[in-house]
Write a protein that binds this ligand. Sequence first.
Ligand SMILES: C[S@@+](CC[C@H](N)C(=O)[O-])C[C@H]1O[C@@H](n2cnc3c(N)ncnc32)[C@H](O)[C@@H]1O
Length: 137
Amino acid sequence: MEAKGICNGYLKRLPKSVEMREVGPREGFQRGNIVPILADARKPQDYTWIEPADILYQDVAIPDQSEILIRNARVFLKPDGFAMIAIKSRSIDVVRPPQQIYKEELKKLSEYFKVLDKKELDPYEKDHMFVVMKPKA
Ligand SMILES: C[S@@+](CC[C@H](N)C(=O)[O-])C[C@H]1O[C@@H](n2cnc3c(N)ncnc32)[C@H](O)[C@@H]1O
């Protein structure tokens, strides 16, 4: 789960970034405006000390990224919060057409979230789709 980038300057509270590699947390310490958490985003039970979040952004390049976002949202996302994900179709399946992957991931995400907007990022980020959502009431 990620919360970093140029928008940090506009946020009132410190973003947290869950990262498995040490490089992510190190970058967070250097920037000084991200709280890095060295943990597996698949296991939100390992960082339950985090307060409820207004925004969750999921950017991990692994096949179960939708499930991970839902799992974290159940624990941390406020009922009126926003969730964002960059679906990386080639990390989910390098062979199948991205359109097919997007359809399947949107179906999974729609079980927990209401999809507010979605955009394919080609040619800026090849075979990626960005999705903005809210938890279903
Ligand atoms: C595409 S990079 C995005 C990094 C960050 N959003 C950025 O823009 O710099 C995906 C990151 O997810 C991390 N990652 C992969 N699996 C993870 C997991 N289970 N838990 C936490 N981080 C994970 C990888 O180490 C990698 O740094």
